[in-house]
Design a protein around this ligand. Structure first.
Ligand code: UD1
Ligand code: CA
Length: 455
């Protein structure tokens, strides 16, 4: 049997935040979700999350995972005290307990699986996942003999200056034989610099404890403050971008690009500088995104171009040209071969194929057919001060520059609207609509010097 316990009760004082530390965001997921995701592939028999500070908030954030068992550590008296809270829930449990800390989000699932496999093959009391860090400041130092058997673990604050020179640290991840751990746990004391019950003290009471060094020490990065949060984001981004480049995505100046973990990119996508892909965004083959674009929870087809634009919660077909400076949002659906250019905003607008809005437009709550041409400065006036209304525009219809369509209103197929019209009544198929004041021209109104002539 295998159980996993995740330590998530601490406040995270060093974050200087009201949010429980384990709920801090890293690339669109909480630190704790990252840790749980890395434990899932082990298919443990039980997963226990130890909560305390902000327990309700932490529990609510995981409501989509009903199999989790929450264990309350009402007072946070240290990591050892946290694990003591498992003595009751795991009373009849036999097997291994893997302990993870809720603040080490970069740990890979394969690393935890290796730890468990190694531990089982060696039949020891406990195995500690350790890392050799270039800068071990802040971590517990692990002292081993030459066979990797652990002599003791000393917290940074309790180390002598010489002990601090040891660069082998505890990642805070352990695999224990639960029966042996359960006997050692009640023996913990809080006689140390922080007057806490340290989990690392159990190794004083367990006979056979060995260290297993991480191949990639970055996995052990523990997030205690916002500097480490930023550092972890850097490592995460490096992993994600290297992975996509190996899958055939081109990136120009990748250090200026950010990509969330759930983004999906086809081969031959080209990402230009300062491009940010968020949420569940998908991009089709041959599309060129950027420079300077933000795409969030949206689907972009193949062979599109997006230049200095923002697209959120929307979908775009194939061969669409967007930007510079377009904003597409609010569940908009753009068909194939469309062009949306300079200073055009779409909100909940559905466009057929080959429809263009190239300059200075707002299309909100609008349903447009195919081959529509929206003239510069066309606006759908969709809000009457209280309610939003829909504008419908048929196939092959054209609006002149500076048209205002006062919704609810519809234009049929093959309609032509004269420039400067304010359309308040629907227009049938094949009609020309003109809705503006007639022009008045007064000849010989000025003399040759530009002075108004007297009448
Ligand atoms: C801990 C380890 C240290 C290790 C480091 C790795 C101890 C004493 N120290 O130090 O050896 O190198 O992690 O990152 O174990 N927590 C509780 N209840 C508590 C206290 C903490 O659930 O009473 C949780 C926190 O929410 C956090 C985790 O335990 O997720 C670790 O606590 P933290 O204070 O960050 O420990 P470190 O000082 O980083
Ligand atoms: Ca920590």
């Amino acid at each position: 049997m295998l159980a996993v316990a995740v330590l998530a009760a601490g406040k995270g004082t060093r974050m200087k935040s009201d949010l429980p530390k384990v709920l801090q965001d890293l690339g669109g997921r909480s630190l704790l979700s990252w840790v749980l995701n890395s434990a899932r592939p082990l298919a443990p028999d039980r997963i226990l999350v130890i909560v305390g500070f902000g327990a309700e908030q932490v529990q609510a954030s995981l409501s989509d995972q009903p199999d989790l068992e929450f264990v309350l550590q009402a007072q946070q008296l240290g990591t050892g005290h946290a694990i003591q809270q498992l003595l009751n829930p795991l009373k009849n449990f036999r097997g291994e307990l893997v302990v993870l800390t809720g603040d080490t989000p970069l740990l890979r699932a394969s690393t935890i699986a290796n730890l468990v496999e190694f531990h089982r093959s060696q039949r020891r009391s406990a195995t500690v996942l350790t890392g050799i860090l270039p800068d071990p400041t802040g971590y517990g130092r692990v002292f081993c003999d030459d066979r990797q058997k652990i002599i003791e673990i000393v917290e940074h604050r309790d180390c002598t200056p010489t002990q601090r020179l040891n660069s082998r640290v505890s990642s805070g991840v352990y695999c224990f034989d639960w029966a042996e751990l359960a006997i050692a746990l009640p023996k913990l004391t809080n006689h140390n610099a922080q007057q806490e019950y340290y989990l690392t003290q159990v190794f004083d009471y367990l006979p056979e404890v060995y260290a297993l060094d991480l191949a990639d020490h970055q996995e052990s990065l523990g997030i205690n403050d916002r500097l480490q949060l930023a550092q972890a984001y850097g490592v995460l981004q490096q992993r994600i971008k290297q992975d996509w480049m190996r899958h055939g995505v081109t990136m120009i100046m990748p250090e200026t690009i950010t990509i969330d973990p759930e983004v999906q990119l086809a081969a031959n996508v080209r990402l230009e500088p300062q491009t940010h892909l968020r949420g569940k965004t998908q991009i089709g083959s041959g599309s060129k995104i950027g420079p300077g674009s933000l795409i969030e929870n949206s689907e972009i087809g193949a062979d599109c171009q997006v230049l200095y634009s923002v697209i959120t919660a929307s979908s775009v077909g194939d061969r669409v040209k967007i930007g510079p400076f377009a904003h597409i949002r609010g569940e908009s659906r753009v068909g194939s071969d469309c062009r949306l250019g300079n200073y055009v905003e779409l909100k909940n607008a559905h466009l057929g194929s080959q429809t263009n809005a190239a300059h200075l437009s707002y299309l909100g709550d609008a349903r447009l057919g195919s081959q529509v041409n929206i003239g510069a400065g066309t606006i759908t006036a969709n809000f009457d001060g209280k309610f939003k209304h829909v504008t419908t525009i048929g196939d092959r219809t054209k609006t002149g520059s500076n048209t205002v369509l006062v919704a609810p209103v519809s234009l049929g197929n093959n309609v032509n609207v004269a420039a400067g019209s304010v359309i308040t009544q629907s227009v049938p198929d094949n009609a020309l609509a003109i809705a503006r004041a007639m022009q008045v021209t007064k000849p010989d109104y000025y003399d040759a010097q530009g002075q108004k002539k007297s009448e």
